[in-house]
Design a protein. Structure first.
Length: 80
């Protein structure tokens, strides 16, 4: 496999991850390639992704995603 194949595979993988997380692929690309100051959110996003990749259990990943969803999705209000 050559570098071009590796780049294509990496791009496809990032596209799938971005789709699964409902974020633009640019989220995973380094917007500050020359050591410019990064906003704190970028560091947090990078750490979150790095930690998530280390979770091996599918069940644990689902719990993690469920927890994050509860933080960003408003709770459903019962109309009963």
């Amino acid at each position: 496999m050559n570098d071009r194949d590796d780049d294509g595979h990496a791009h496809r993988a990032l596209t799938q991850i971005a789709r699964a997380l409902s974020v633009p692929i640019e989220t995973f690309l380094d917007p500050f390639p020359h050591g410019e100051n990064q906003p704190p959110e970028v560091d947090q996003e990078r750490e979150l992704l790095e930690l998530f990749r280390k979770v091996r259990s599918v069940q644990s990943r689902r719990r993690c995603l469920g927890f994050i969803r509860t933080l960003v999705e408003p709770p459903e209000i019962s109309t009963e």
